[in-house]
Ligand binder design. Structure first.
Ligand SMILES: CC(C)=CCC/C(C)=C/CC/C(C)=C/COP(=O)(O)OP(=O)(O)O
Length: 528
């Protein structure tokens, strides 16, 4: 459609609406009149061409209306200023409404001109008449959302839900405890633990067909995941117990259970202690002592080191990244404990031959947290500053972007390491590189734009997708997985060249001093 026709058409349509109302204007207040005008403008249907006569009528009707809106006319009730401010605020949301509506075949200036008093200059964003409509809608939407904070976390949502339940109900207690556990974060952590467990290369001598016990047992996996989840719940509840005063000052966290008084400090402490004891206990008895030690240590690191450090030094993010890196190491160590041929003590599980995979996965989680956290904190940097948290995002914004970029790049060699050390196949090298490249691209933009122009949001969402996708890719591309499936489908036995005879097993199994160990075929979780 001709843009001029559209412009005139749009105006004439508005004029019809307002003409019928003009007689009422001397009986209603300024606010109502403004609202009336706005409402009509928002609901304006798609442009319809009108004759030049109708267009002229429209222009004169509109200018009559504008006269009615003059400051002098309303100065008696003094509402114009506030109406104008409200109008300006509304304009932003109108722009978003415009952006999400079906295509309006008018140019930018006609679309919003009716919603703006003529005395006000047009915002720059509305002047781009040469811009294509879909581009304009996307830009307006992006601009509106670029600076907005990210959605509330799961704890805050659960707190809201909990507050709607009867005060003494069990459901409310359970929901509140769930909110104390930061369930989304805990789920992600358990996922990284389980992934590491499943990626551990099971030695051929432990394949189910040769042993009376299962290789990597499902029962151990259940203990590992539930124990880790309980440890996370404990660590998160302690974290909330230590900072309700600060959580209350931040939009993202001010809805949490302790801030809202949904549970008292005593109740939260009992929950944290019980979850911690149960979690470490499950890991000790159901997995192995080394994993239980890592779980307990991580609770202390998170609640005792990271949480207070948030108000002392920007290095807190590095401390937090270590906390995030430990869970995959726990998963790897749990699997290593099952297939240990030596004594199965912590030195062998954590630093023995084959432990490199666990450290690489821990490194991946460590590195990932910087693009994730540095972008997440960007829209709320002022809140962090006002609440007294020392975060790179407000102490040194340039460095915040640089650090996010550096660690995003570091994900490349770490993923390559997983292939190099034969934990994953070549396919992972390729597919993970694509996902890593996407995160690096967003991190590059985040650094260049210093978080502005939606770059923080772009990196945040890239990081949110990056981690689960890379974890799934690693499992899909686990070394030997597809060959094994293929052989089984073809009825072939598993890698015969990998079988070791008893003598070879005896030769390989040695204690820390190098003395041969007696190894039974029914070897199970020797580390437990
Ligand atoms: C096994 C075990 C104990 C695992 C614990 C893993 C764990 C809790 C990792 C969290 C990592 C981290 C730095 C979160 C941000 O906390 P924050 O205080 O900045 O978050 P907030 O602002 O949302 O409270």
């Amino acid at each position: 459609m001709d843009s001029n026709t559209g412009q005139i058409g749009g105006m004439s349509l508005r004029a019809k609406v307002f003409r019928s109302r003009l007689s009422e204007t001397d009986q209603i207040c300024a606010r109502c009149l403004l609202r009336l005008k706005r409402t009509r403008t928002i609901r304006r249907p798609f442009s319809v061409s009108r004759s030049p006569n109708e267009a002229n009528e429209a222009i004169s009707a509109n200018s009559k209306l504008e006269k009615l809106l003059r400051k002098e006319y309303f100065s008696a009730n003094g509402s114009l200023d506030s109406s104008k401010a409200q109008w300006q605020r509304q304009t932003l949301s109108n722009q978003v409404t415009e952006a999400t509506r079906p295509a309006i075949p008018e140019d930018a200036s006609t679309t919003t001109l009716g919603a703006y008093p003529q005395s006000q200059p047009l915002p720059e964003t509305l002047n781009g008449s040469s811009e294509l409509p879909h581009r304009r809608r996307k830009r307006i939407k992006d601009e509106a959302s670029a600076e907005a904070p990210f959605p509330l976390d799961a704890s805050s949502r659960l707190s809201t839900l909990s507050s709607t339940m009867p005060a003494t109900s069990l459901r409310r207690l359970v929901t509140t405890c769930l909110a104390l556990s930061k369930p989304r974060l805990s789920f992600l952590i358990v996922l990284t633990t389980a992934t590491a467990y499943s990626l551990y290369p099971v030695p051929a001598l432990l394949l189910p067909s040769t042993t009376t016990s299962s290789s990597l047992s499902a029962l151990t996996l259940i203990f590992l995941t539930s124990g880790t989840a309980l440890c996370c719940a404990s660590a998160n509840a302690l974290n909330m117990l230590l900072e309700p005063k600060y959580d209350a000052q931040m939009s993202r966290t001010r809805n949490r259970p302790l801030v809202r008084g949904l549970i008292g400090k005593k109740g939260a402490s009992i929950f944290a202690a019980a979850a911690g004891a149960l979690g470490v206990g499950s890991l000790w008895f159901g997995v192995n002592p080394t994993v239980a030690f890592l779980g307990g240590l991580n609770i202390i690191l998170y609640a005792g080191v990271y949480t207070p450090m948030k108000r002392i030094s920007v290095l807190n993010t590095w401390a937090g990244a270590i906390v995030g890196g430990i869970p995959p190491l726990m998963g790897w160590t749990a699997a290593a404990g099952q297939s240990a041929t030596g004594s199965g003590e912590w030195r062998e599980l954590l630093f023995g031959e084959g432990s490199v995979g666990g450290w690489l996965l821990a490194g991946l989680l460590f590195a990932w947290q910087f693009p994730h956290f540095n972008s997440l904190s960007w829209p709320i940097r002022e809140e962090y500053k006002n609440a007294g948290y020392r975060m790179l995002v407000w102490t040194n914004a340039r460095m915040n972007g640089r650090v996010a970029l550096r660690y995003a790049i570091l994900c490349f060699p770490i993923c390559a390491g997983l292939w190099w050390f034969q934990i994953t196949d070549q396919g992972f090298l390729l597919t993970s590189s694509i996902v890593n490249a996407w995160m690096v691209k967003e991190a590059w933009r985040f650094w260049r734009k210093e978080g502005h122009k939606g770059s923080a949001r772009g990196l945040f969402w890239a990081s949110v997708w990056h981690l689960p996708v890379v974890m799934v890719l690693a499992m899909v591309h686990k070394k030997g997985l597809w060959e094994g499936i293929w052989k089984r489908l073809n009825g072939e036995s598993e890698d015969e060249d990998l079988w070791m005879d008893d003598e070879e097993v005896q030769n390989r199994a040695r204690d820390s001093e190098g003395h041969p160990l007696r190894v039974a075929r029914g070897l199970s979780s020797s580390g437990a």
